[in-house]
Ligand binder design. Structure first.
Ligand SMILES: Nc1ncnc2c1ncn2[C@@H]1O[C@H](COP(=O)(O)OP(=O)(O)OP(=O)(O)O)[C@@H](O)[C@H]1O
Length: 421
């Protein structure tokens, strides 16, 4: 279901169209509205709705939009007296018939259409076309094929210049019922971060390399796009925690030391070439270079000091985020952050510790090892000597010190119905 509605009227019916738009402004505001130039100002002034004005006096542009499949409904209030319709109007009406687009030429039908639309969920899809190694065109086609029969879908593509946060603001301003992030963890985290504290549910379509948040939420990794669309259509919501690290939204985790160095090494070229293996290769290269550093953690009015090579503060983490698995599980809805500090005296100890942490994450059992320390807290401050790089949700954000605080139940997400509590 596309997201555009065309609102048009003969001059004698402009008042009726304006009244109609005013009465149904809450429903109409969730759609992209198109009209002729003369009508746009009038409706906008009376209702506050945003309308895209098309060429004055010509319906050709609107007919072209209908032909391109972008229009959900055309509401055209015609003169009550039978007058010959101008040719461009005939074309518009004919295009609606050919392309099976809902068409109302009187108020009764217009009311019926808008009442139906009031019951339809409007989803804004924020789509990163360059994420991961998948075919973006094919994925978008599949998403439309699966979702459009059930949802009105407004598609926004990210660009290097347009951040997902900006697109979330547009979706919120348009009263979206649901926001869907389709991309890697960078895109998903940015969209989720902009939704912290809002009650609009977030749907996730994993299209990246690691897809850690989708895995943490239990979205199946097999046929990821199809499975994720099924989760979205099932409409099962759950509130989960979010967090801020130095006031930057954090959905997954902050890594200091080893993790930050791995993320920096696993650059775009390595990920494009090796996919998920890029992180393993980067991890192997980084172990040799990783030096221990002094850590001071302030939490719950106590100060803790360590020497270690890695510290991870996690809000959510799949088992593959091994350095977060000190407790064998990171709960996403306990209102707490999981803090894991790992030291290793040799490359062999580092590798065996990470394998054991992976095992702990898979079996959900706490790891009892002297060189792995774990704790939980609602907020903490971490200082290191010397300062260390910090990665938050896969992006380097700067260096220590950092302050991280959990936002309990800060985010509403769509999860598989089978996992709902
Ligand atoms: N149209 C675009 N062209 C180029 N870069 C883009 C575009 N849209 C978004 N980006 C960039 O994509 C990055 C986010 O990518 P994202 O994390 O979603 O995917 P990924 O890097 O492939 O995933 P992963 O981290 O799992 O490998 C951001 O740096 C953003 O600037």
């Amino acid at each position: 279901m596309p997201n555009t509605i065309a609102l048009i009227a003969h001059t004698s019916r402009t008042v009726d169209l304006t009244r109609f738009a005013s009465a149904h402004a809450p429903t109409l505001s969730r759609y992209h509205l198109m009209t002729t130039a003369e009508t746009a100002d009038r409706i906008q002034a009376a209702t506050g709705l945003n309308l895209e004005p098309k060429l004055s006096g010509s319906l050709g542009e609107i007919a072209a939009e209908v032909a391109s499949g972008n229009v959900l409904a055309v509401i055209f209030l015609a003169d009550a007296i039978a007058v010959p319709w101008e040719p461009s109007l005939d074309v518009l009406l004919q295009f609606c018939n050919v392309h099976n687009v809902a068409l109302a030429t009187n108020l009764a039908t217009a009311e019926a259409i808008v009442k139906q639309l009031a019951k339809t969920r409007v989803a804004h899809l924020i789509f990163n076309p360059v994420a991961g190694q998948r075919d973006a065109g094919q994925d978008l086609l599949l998403i439309r094929e699966l979702l459009e029969p059930h949802l009105s879908l407004k598609i926004h593509s990210t660009t290097p210049e347009v951040e997902p946060e900006q697109l979330v603001k547009v979706a919120i301003a348009a009263n979206a019922d649901l926001i869907i992030a389709a991309g890697g963890d960078g895109t998903v985290s940015a969209v989720a971060g902009a939704l912290i504290g809002k009650s609009i549910p977030l749907g996730i379509i994993p299209r990246g390399t690691a897809n850690a948040f989708a895995v943490a939420l239990g979205i199946p990794a097999l046929l990821p796009v199809r499975s994720a669309c099924q989760v979205i259509l099932a409409n099962c919501t759950q509130t989960v925690d979010a967090a801020y690290c130095n006031n930057i939204p954090m959905i997954l985790l902050a890594g200091i030391g080893y993790e930050a160095n791995v993320v920096e090494t696993a650059d775009r070229a390595l990920k494009d070439r090796w996919g998920t293996l890029a992180y393993l290769m980067a991890g192997w290269q980084t172990i040799d270079r990783q030096e221990e550093f002094e850590i001071e953690i302030e939490a719950e009015e106590k100060v803790h000091r360590f020497e270690a090579g890695a510290i991870t503060i996690a809000n959510a983490a799949p088992p593959t985020s091994v350095l977060a698995q000190g407790a064998g599980e990171v709960s996403i809805d306990d209102g707490l952050l999981d803090v894991t500090v790992v030291t290793a005296q040799s490359k062999l100890q580092a590798v065996t510790t990470m394998l054991r942490l992976l095992g702990a994450g898979i079996t959900k059992t706490q790891l009892n090892q002297q060189n792995v320390i774990h704790g939980r807290t609602r907020r903490l401050k971490v200082t290191t000597n010397p300062p260390q790089k910090v990665v938050v949700d896969g992006e380097i954000i700067g260096t220590t010190p950092i302050e991280v605080k959990c936002v309990p139940n800060g985010l509403t997400v769509l999860i598989p119905a089978s996992l709902a509590s």
